[in-house]
Design a protein around this ligand. Structure first.
Ligand SMILES: *[C@@H]1O[C@H](CO)[C@@H](O)[C@H](O)[C@H]1NC(C)=O
Ligand SMILES: *[C@@H]1O[C@H](CO)[C@@H](O)[C@H](O)[C@H]1NC(C)=O
Ligand SMILES: *[C@@H]1O[C@H](CO)[C@@H](O)[C@H](O)[C@H]1NC(C)=O
Ligand SMILES: *[C@@H]1O[C@H](CO)[C@@H](O)[C@H](O)[C@H]1NC(C)=O
Ligand SMILES: *[C@@H]1O[C@H](CO)[C@@H](O)[C@H](O)[C@H]1NC(C)=O
Ligand SMILES: *[C@@H]1O[C@H](CO)[C@@H](O)[C@H](O)[C@H]1NC(C)=O
Ligand SMILES: *[C@@H]1O[C@H](CO)[C@@H](O)[C@H](O)[C@H]1NC(C)=O
Ligand SMILES: *[C@@H]1O[C@H](CO)[C@@H](O)[C@H](O)[C@H]1NC(C)=O
Ligand SMILES: *[C@@H]1O[C@H](CO)[C@@H](O)[C@H](O)[C@H]1NC(C)=O
Ligand SMILES: *[C@@H]1O[C@H](CO)[C@@H](O)[C@H](O)[C@H]1NC(C)=O
Ligand SMILES: *[C@@H]1O[C@H](CO)[C@@H](O)[C@H](O)[C@H]1NC(C)=O
Ligand SMILES: *[C@@H]1O[C@H](CO)[C@@H](O)[C@H](O)[C@H]1NC(C)=O
Length: 715
C-alpha cells in the first residue's frame, strides 16, 4: 500500500489532526457546518437502514453532520470519510452516498448490509477507498458507463459478501487508478479479469480467493509491473502458470492453492520472481521437480507445494533460502535423502511438513539446528534409524509426527522426547514394529503432552505405568499393538482424557470401573477448562476430514477387539458425554445395561461379537443421535425396540442373534415358528469392514489418518 498512503499524505497532509481542527473550526464559527445536501445524503443512508446500530443518537438533523459518529470532514466542511465499520448496520447501502462530492473513504465493513453494491459508489468521482467487506451484499456487479470522467478509486474491498456472477469486462477498464482489489470469499464466476494493469499501471494487490472463478490465469497479469500480491486460491482455475506471469517481478505473494493447475516449475522462470516471500501452489497438479533456482529466492518465507505430483530430490540450493519459515511439501512423490539440504542454514524454520512423500535415509543431523522449529512432520515416508538425542535442541517443538516410516527403538525415542517441555502432539503410529512397550519407570517428563499415538506398532508388553503421569493427556491411541494384561486402575486420574482407543490388542480382564469414573467422559463441565488446542499442523483422520483443533475430536471409548470378559458395568450410564462407544469383538457376557439409555450423546454404539444375553433395552430408542448401532453376533433375545433411530437400522445391526425378533427380521415377534437364522455369514465381515470405515470416516476413530489408517480395510 505504499503508493496509496503516499498519495493520501500528499492530498491531505494532516489527516490525523483533522478531527481537532474540525472541532476548533466548529467552536470558533458555529455557523459553518456541513451543507444541507450532504446532511440529507447521510440521512438517506440512515433512513434506508433496517437496523442503524444506535446511529440515530448521534446523527441528529439539528446538529452539524461533521460532528456525527463515523463522519470526518475537511476544513471546508465537506464529508471526506464515512467510517461505520462494525456498527451492526442492516439493510441496503444508499446510492445517495455517491452525492457526497468530497467523500474520499467509505468503510462499511463488518456489518450486515444487504442488497447490491451501488454502482454510484464504484464510479464516484471522489471515492479513493471503498471497503464494504464482511457484509451480506448480493447480486452481480454491473457494467460501468465508460464515458464517465477519471475515476479516482484506488482500493476496492468487496470481500466476504454473497456476490455472484462474472466480473463485467468493462468495469476495470474504467477504474484506471485501481491499486488494490479484494473480491475474495464471494461466489464470483467466469474468468479472472485480464487487463487490470493495462488501465491501472499502479495495480498492486489482487485477491480473488474463495470464489468460483474458472478458466486459466490470464497472461495479462504479467504486465503488472507493480503487482505485489496475487491470490486466487480455492477457485476452479486450470491450465499452467503463464510465462508472462514471471515478468511480474515485483510479486511478493503468489498464491493459487486448491485449483486445477498443472505444469512444471521452470528453473529459468522461477528465478525472475526474486522478491517472492510467499509461494503457495498446494492442492494442484504440478509435476516435475523443484528447480535449483529456488535457491535464488532469498526472501522466500513460505514455500507450500503440498498435494501435487511433484517428484525428484530436494535441491541442495534450498539451503540458500535462509528466510524460510514454512516448508510444506506433503503428499507429493519426492524421493531421495534429506541430507542434501543443509537445514542448519534455515534458522528461521518453524514448520516442516514432508508427510506422505517417498523420502529415504535418516533424519539429517542438520535438522536439529533449526531451533525455532515448532512443527515437524515426517510421517509416511521411507525414513529409518533411531531418533537422535539432538532433537532436544528443538526447544519449541510442539508437534512431532514420525509415523509410517522405518524408525526403530521406541525406548530410545521416548527417553529423548520426554524432556521436550513443549511437545503436545506426538504421533508415532506404524513404526517401532514389534518392539516392546517400554515399562520403564524412568519415563517421566512430557509435561505438556496432550496427544499420544503409538497405534499399529505391534508393541508387546502391558499398558505402561508412565502413561499415568501424562497429566495433560487428552487423546491416547494404543490400537493395533499386542498389549496384554488388564486396563490399569489409574485411568481415571487422567483428568483430561476424552479420546481413548486401545482396540485390537490382547487386553484381558473385566472392563474396569475406573473407566466409568473418567472425568472427561462423565461430564461436559470439565470441557470448559479445555480451551481449543490448535494442532500446529492439520491432522487428517479420513480422506476428507482434517482436524485443526484437538477438542473438535469426538469423545470416544474404544475397547474393541480384545479379550475382555465379564459384564458391561451398569455405571456405563455415567459416561454421558460419550459420542462413540465400541466394545465389539470381546467376550463380554450378561445383559446390555439399561443405563445405556442415559448416554444421550451417543452416535455410535457397537457391542457386536460378544456373548451378550437378554433383551435390547427398549428405551434405547430414546438415543436421538444414534447413527450407527451394532449388536450382531451375540445371544440376545426378545423384540428389537421400535421407533426413534431404530427405524433406520438395517437387519445387519442384529444378525447372529437367533432369539431376537422384529418386524424387519425373518423371525417376527409373537410367531410360534422356530427362529430362522438370518445371517449371511459371508456378508458379516464385509459389514464389519463397512462399519469400521464409516466409523473412521465420521469420527476419526483409530490411528490418526496422519499415518494412514484405512489401507487395512481397503486392502
Ligand atoms: C475498514 O475498517 C476495518 C475495521 O476497522 C479495518 O480493518 C479495515 O482495514 C478498514 N479498511 C480500509 C480499506 O482501511
Ligand atoms: C479490504 O482490503 C483492503 C485491500 O486489500 C485492505 O486494506 C483492508 O484492510 C481490507 N479490509 C478488511 C476489513 O480486512
Ligand atoms: C482480502 O479480504 C480478506 C477478508 O475478507 C482478508 O482476509 C484478506 O487478507 C484481504 N486480502 C488482502 C490481500 O489484503
Ligand atoms: C518479459 O519481459 C522481457 C523484458 O523485460 C521481455 O523481453 C519478454 O518478452 C517478456 N516476456 C513475456 C513472456 O512477456
Ligand atoms: C547456494 O547453495 C549452493 C549449494 O548449497 C552453494 O554451492 C552456493 O554457494 C549457494 N549460493 C549462494 C549465493 O549462497
Ligand atoms: C527464532 O525466531 C525468533 C522470532 O520468532 C527470532 O527472533 C530468532 O532469531 C529465531 N531464532 C533463530 C535461531 O533464528
Ligand atoms: C519410492 O521409492 C522407491 C525407491 O526408493 C520406489 O521403488 C518406489 O516406487 C517409490 N514409490 C513411490 C510411490 O513413488
Ligand atoms: C523397513 O525395515 C524392514 C525391516 O528392517 C525391512 O524389511 C523393510 O524393507 C524396510 N522398508 C523400507 C521401505 O526401507
Ligand atoms: C535403544 O535405545 C536405548 C536407550 O537409548 C539403548 O540403550 C539401546 O541400546 C537401543 N537399542 C538398540 C537396539 O539400538
Ligand atoms: C483371545 O484369547 C484367545 C485364547 O486365549 C486367543 O486365541 C485370541 O487370539 C485372543 N484374542 C485377542 C483379540 O487377543
Ligand atoms: C439415568 O440418569 C438419571 C439421572 O441423571 C438417573 O436418575 C437414572 O437412574 C439413570 N437411569 C439409569 C437407567 O441408569
Ligand atoms: C457364552 O455364554 C455361554 C453361557 O452363558 C457359554 O456357554 C459360552 O461358552 C459363552 N461363549 C463364549 C464364546 O464365551
Amino acid at each position: 500500500m505504499q503508493p496509496l498512503s503516499r498519495s493520501h499524505r500528499n492530498q491531505f497532509p494532516i489527516p490525523f489532526f483533522g478531527l481537532p481542527i474540525v472541532l476548533l473550526v466548529f467552536l470558533a464559527s458555529p455557523t459553518s457546518s456541513c451543507t444541507e445536501q450532504e446532511k440529507s445524503s447521510l440521512i438517506q443512508l440512515l433512513d434506508g437502514l433496517l437496523q442503524d446500530g444506535g446511529l440515530t443518537v448521534s446523527w441528529r438533523s439539528d446538529t452539524d453532520c461533521c460532528s456525527w459518529e463515523g463522519i470526518v470532514c475537511s476544513p471546508d466542511r465537506r464529508v471526506t470519510d464515512v467510517v461505520l465499520a462494525s456498527h451492526s448496520l442492516e439493510g441496503p447501502i444508499s446510492p445517495f452516498l455517491g452525492n457526497l462530492i468530497g467523500l474520499l473513504r467509505l468503510n462499511l465493513s463488518h456489518n450486515s448490509l444487504s442488497g447490491g453494491l451501488p454502482l454510484e459508489l464504484v464510479s464516484s468521482s471522489s471515492i479513493i477507498v471503498l471497503d464494504v467487506s464482511f457484509n451480506r451484499l448480493t447480486g452481480a456487479l454491473h457494467e460501468l458507463q465508460s464515458s464517465a470522467p477519471d475515476r479516482p478509486l484506488q482500493v476496492l474491498n468487496i470481500s466476504s459478501n454473497l456476490l455472484t456472477g462474472p466480473f463485467p469486462s468493462t468495469i476495470w477498464k474504467t477504474i484506471d487508478n485501481l491499486i488494490a482489489l479484494n473480491a475474495s470469499n464471494n461466489s464470483f464466476t467466469g474468468p479472472i479479469p485480464s487487463d487490470l494493469c493495462n488501465s491501472s499501471p499502479f495495480f498492486a494487490v489482487l485477491d480473488l480467493c474463495f470464489n468460483k472463478f474458472s478458466g486459466s490465469i490470464p497472461p495479462g497479469l504479467g504486465y503488472c509491473s507493480m503487482l505485489r500480491v496475487l491470490r486466487a486460491g480455492y477457485n476452479n482455475l486450470s491450465g499452467t502458470l503463464p510465462d508472462e506471469l514471471f515478468n511480474a517481478t515485483s510479486l511478493e505473494y503468489l498464491s493459487f492453492p486448491n485449483n486445477d493447475l498443472h505444469g512444471v516449475l521452470d528453473s529459468a522462470r522461477m528465478i525472475r520472481l526474486r522478491n517472492l516471500r510467499i509461494l503457495d501452489l498446494g492442492w494442484n497438479n504440478f509435476n516435475g521437480s523443484i528447480p535449483d533456482s529456488v535457491g535464488q529466492l532469498k526472501r522466500l518465507e513460505k514455500f507450500q507445494l503440498g498435494h501435487n505430483n511433484l517428484s525428484g530430490e530436494l535441491p541442495s540450493t534450498l539451503s540458500n533460502c535462509t528466510n524460510l519459515k514454512t516448508i510444506d511439501l506433503k503428499s507429493n512423490k519426492f524421493s531421495g535423502g534429506l541430507s542434501k539440504v543443509n537445514f542448519s542454514n534455515l534458522r528461521n524454520l518453524k514448520t516442516l511438513d514432508l508427510w506422505s512423500d517417498n523420502f529415504t535415509g535418516t533424519i539429517p543431523e542438520s535438522m536439529y539446528s533449526c531451533s525455532n522449529l515448532t512443527a515437524l512432520r515426517l510421517s509416511s515416508n521411507n525414513l529409518h534409524g533411531q531418533l537422535s538425542s539432538k532433537i532436544s535442541n528443538l526447544k519449541y517443538l510442539s508437534f512431532l509426527s514420525l509415523g509410517k516410516n522405518n524408525f526403530t527403538n521406541i525406548t530410545n525415542a521416548l527417553q529423548i522426547l520426554k524432556s521436550s517441555k513443549n511437545i503436545s502432539t506426538l504421533l508415532l503410529g506404524y513404526i517401532f514394529k514389534g518392539e516392546i512397550m517400554p515399562q520403564d519407570d524412568k519415563i517421566d517428563g512430557f509435561e505438556n503432552l496432550q496427544v499420544l499415538d503409538t497405534g499399529e506398532c505391534k508393541l508387546s508388553g502391558k499398558i505402561p505405568l508412565w502413561i499415568s503421569r501424562l497429566t495433560k493427556l487428552e487423546m491416547l491411541v494404543l490400537r493395533g499393538n499386542q498389549l496384554t494384561g488388564p486396563i490399569p486402575g489409574w485411568f481415571k486420574s487422567l483428568s483430561q482424557l476424552f479420546f481413548m482407543d486401545v482396540s485390537s490388542n490382547h487386553l484381558t480382564g473385566e472392563i474396569p470401573l475406573t473407566l466409568m469414573e473418567m472425568p472427561m467422559l462423565k461430564s461436559t463441565d470439565n470441557s470448559s477448562h479445555l480451551g481449543p488446542r490448535v494442532f500446529k499442523l492439520p491432522v487428517y483422520t479420513g480422506p476428507l476430514l482434517q482436524y485443526l483443533v484437538v477438542t473438535s475430536f469426538p469423545v470416544v471409548l474404544n475397547l474393541s477387539n480384545n479379550n475382555f470378559t465379564g459384564v458391561i458395568p451398569p455405571q456405563i450410564g455415567q459416561l454421558k458425554v460419550l459420542v462413540a462407544l465400541d466394545f465389539s469383538f470381546n467376550k463380554l457376557s450378561g445383559q446390555i445395561p439399561k443405563s445405556v439409555r442415559n448416554l444421550t450423546n451417543l452416535q455410535i454404539l457397537d457391542l457386536s461379537n460378544n456373548n451378550l444375553t437378554g433383551a435390547i433395552p427398549a428405551a434405547l430408542n430414546n438415543l436421538h443421535f444414534l447413527a450407527a448401532f451394532n449388536v450382531s453376533d451375540n445371544d440376545l433375545e426378545g423384540p428389537i425396540p421400535s421407533g426413534g433411530q431404530f427405524n433406520t437400522f438395517g437387519t445387519s445391526s442384529f444378525d447372529g442373534n437367533t432369539k431376537l425378533c422384529g418386524s424387519m427380521l425373518i423371525h417376527k415377534c409373537g410367531s410360534a415358528e422356530a427362529p430362522t437364522d438370518t445371517i449371511l455369514s459371508t456378508k458379516q465381515t464385509d459389514y464389519k469392514v463397512a462399519f469400521a470405515i464409516a466409523f473412521s470416516a465420521f469420527f476419526g476413530v483409530g490411528v490418526l489418518y496422519d499415518q494412514i489408517v484405512l489401507s487395512r480395510h481397503f486392502g
